[in-house]
Design a protein around this ligand. Structure first.
Ligand code: ADP
Length: 382
């Protein structure tokens, strides 16, 4: 083991020798932050497990950045409590500054020092830890290798592509072996092909190191592919904090269903429990010319006006026969690589979009639609 000056960092080096960091838990309780009377965070509670990957997903202005910056210590909330591991870093009597919170951050604009080489940018994260120079060099080179940039150690940031710069930023965030890594839309300045590769690298390295990750995106597919758990934010509140599977299958609200992708939403005329199958049967407006649709509901039906939300994955286009659940007319078709996405008009102007089929159906063609109850959601119309 390497000798260092301070007990805390001795522990970190031991962790590094075993290749694994101990991720810290992150807890927020009743955290509120208002700007000019408007709540950017409204009484937020969240309990993030050590070593887990949490994605903050939500529309622009929903409070994602304010939440991340509050954890980082860049923004000071008005009230509430924030803990990292066993340590309270913010409450009415406590304020731990960012540099003492033992976390690191990856920004969308990479935020590298332009006058330092790639490897020195990484090593800089170790400076205040006062490692011996050879340890600093060893750890920085190892991290450069991990992110596949050994050939670029002596390049300056302006001699690196956007994807390479972001990998340097990732190396810098991980090299100090802190328990929490925060990501502020790290892919938003990268081309699509580079995003795919970097997404894979971030996921692999974070899991390999065992750090707790909190990651902002407004890109649904990025959220679903990276997250152990997704926190959906809207209007400064966490609307749901759950696994990607549960968010997709059992969204709490119309907002979450819409934000995570629906083909369409249809007003429900009547809904009743089918005792034989223990599922609900939904009747839609007769003008839609649709058979009753079976749906499962995970809790009591919400009060008020109900809508049926249908996930794109639940719809299959078929030839119109008496077996199909609905019929409609193809109004749009677009090629999407491995097949076609269709838009279908039902009676009364209702529209279903994003319906995938390997086969192409043509505009104005009459088609049948089969509906899989697993992708049907009964939610309050909001
Ligand atoms: P998101 O990251 O989801 O886009 P933000 O946390 O940036 O959302 O913003 C949440 C709300 O707080 C928005 O209405 C935004 O305008 C407001 N806000 C954020 N930062 C500031 C600030 N420094 N001054 C004033 N209003 C702010």
């Amino acid at each position: 083991m390497v000798n260092v000056l301070n007990d805390k960092y001795t522990v970190n080096i031991e962790k590094q020798d075993s290749g694994k960091i101990l991720g810290e838990s992150v807890r927020l309780s009743a955290v509120t932050k208002a700007y000019n009377g408007l709540k950017a965070l409204d009484n937020v509670d969240i309990d993030i497990e050590p070593g887990s990957f949490t994605v903050l997903l939500g529309p622009s202005g929903s409070g994602k950045t304010t939440l991340l910056k509050s954890i980082a210590g860049i923004t000071k909330p008005d009230s509430g409590t924030i803990s990292i591991g066993q340590r309270v870093v913010f409450d009415s009597k406590t304020w731990v500054p960012p540099e003492k919170r033992e976390l690191s951050m990856v920004f969308q604009d990479f935020a590298l020092w332009p006058h330092m080489t790639a490897v020195n940018n990484v090593a800089f994260a170790l400076k205040r830890r006062k490692f011996p120079k050879e340890t600093e060099n060893k750890l920085s080179s190892e991290m450069m290798e991990k992110v596949g940039l050994l050939d670029h150690v002596n390049n300056y940031p302006d001699q690196l592509s956007g994807g390479e710069q972001q990998r340097v930023a990732l190396a810098r965030a991980l090299v100090a072996r802190v328990g929490v890594v925060l990501f502020d839309e790290p892919m938003s300045n990268l081309d699509t092909d580079r995003r795919e590769v970097l997404r894979f690298e971030i996921s692999t390295l974070i899991h390999e190191y065992g750090a707790t990750a909190v990651y902002i995106t407004h890109d649904q597919s990025e959220a679903f592919s990276l997250a152990d758990k997704i926190a959906v934010l809207d209007k400064g509140k966490i609307q749901q904090y759950d696994t990607p599977e549960n968010i997709y299958r059992w969204p709490n609200s119309a907002m979450i269903a819409r934000f995570t992708g629906v083909s369409g939403e249809l007003l429900i005329k009547g809904i009743y429990l089918d005792e034989s199958t223990k599922t609900f049967k939904v009747d839609l407006d007769e003008k839609l010319n649709c058979k009753p649709i079976n749906v499962s509901v995970d809790k009591d039906l919400p009060d008020g006006r109900l809508k049926l939300f249908i996930r794109p994955t639940a719809l299959k286009i078929v030839q119109p026969t008496s077996l199909s659940t609905m019929t409609g007319i193809i109004v749009d078709v677009s090629y999407c690589g491995k097949g076609y996405e269709h838009a279908i008009k039902l009676g009364e102007g209702s529209l279903l979009t994003k319906i995938f089929s390997e086969n192409k159906f043509n505009r104005n063609e009459s088609v049948g639609i089969m509906v899989d109850s697993n992708g049907c959601l009964v939610l309050k119309d909001e």
